[in-house]
Design a protein around this ligand. Sequence first.
Ligand SMILES: Cc1ncc(COP(=O)(O)O)c(C=O)c1O
Length: 427
Amino acid sequence: MIPFSPPRIDDRTLQAVEEALRSGWITTGPRTKEFEKRLAAYCGVPKVIALNSWTNACELVLRWFGVGPGDEVILPAYTYCATANIVMHVGAKPILVDILDDFTMDPAALRKAMTPNTKCILPVDIGGLPCDMAAIMRVAEEARARFRAANSEQRALGRPLVLSDAAHSFGARYQGKAIGSQADITGFSFHAVKNLTTAEGGALAFNLPESFDVEALYKLFNTMSLHGQSKDALAKTQPGAWRYDVALPGWKCNMTDLQAAIGLVELERFDSETTPRRKEICERYSLAFQSDARFDLPLFKDDDRESCYHLYMLRITKATEAQRDAIITAIARREVSVNVHFIPLPLLSFYKGQGYGMKDHPNTYRHYSRAGPPACCRLPSCPVDLDQTCRTGGRGVSPSGEVNARCCPANTPPFSWGRGHRCIGGP
Ligand SMILES: Cc1ncc(COP(=O)(O)O)c(C=O)c1O
């Protein structure tokens, strides 16, 4: 089986983790601090804090900015549930907007959704392709005049906060710069399937206006991530420095040195090995699919943006949702893990139950599911054996003849792929 996105765990990873274990520092310590410094240098920002997930890191941001009941946070309908869940956690209302054909937030839809209650904009770099951050920052700036600041942080910014969901896009570039230095704050995920992994993990890159004291902000987020304690374990080991205080009832979401040890190894080989390899895999897929009208290829690069090649978001033209699912099953039978990223939020029980619907997000649904418009399926773009992936994936997805989907449900209607290709429904 070609797995979905296995992590790379080799001797370098094992040695780095073993060294961390043997050092005695297995919670937040020198490796985490070093990882943060290197991430900040990579992203071109003054400060990065490493935490235990994107979810907890970005929830801290909403809490810090004072986002809560009565406030609105605008995000795309097409994203992973974490983007909306953190808004629910703080008691604010997620406002969903539609996407463009490249899966990123539509700035025009964002502008229409802005109200005086908008406290935060949460664009998502789906699949690793950056959003049009210049357009999104313009919309945030336009909101200054009617922004209702409710605390000192909101007064200092004077407009809605732009918190970028860059869970997929570490290493991507926007206008020649690494992702991290475009939004006010950028949240990364280092979950096991991400391009840069620490097993689980996340980080925040701070890029707020100069009126914010970034050193103080870094300290505050550290405190918030450790129950509001004024000192972390490392600081308390300094001679005579055992005394601490609790300034606020904080949370617990610090990164450990075991995670940072993996991250340091991964960061060191990110530009030289990881990204070139993912790019090579994505380009190989595109070469196989590009001259075939049955497929709509993902965008990886344009004048302003270059993806970090996290997902290969292939859309199958003219397939219904059921046919798309049958194709995925057929590919799985051929031992390739394929997935759909993502089921739009209004189609998930919880958000449906909150009254969200798909009718306001036609492009989101079009790209997720349907005939005529393309259906989306994600191919593995992890550094597995490339030839095996293309050979096996090729048999399932881009056959030179008929796609024999014997695993299609019995009631799946026959599906013509055009140019003589047919998917035969039924067992
Ligand atoms: C778009 C998006 N945002 C946020 C997250 C949450 O990241 P984490 O698992 O690090 O909390 C994910 C996770 O896959 C994601 O895909």
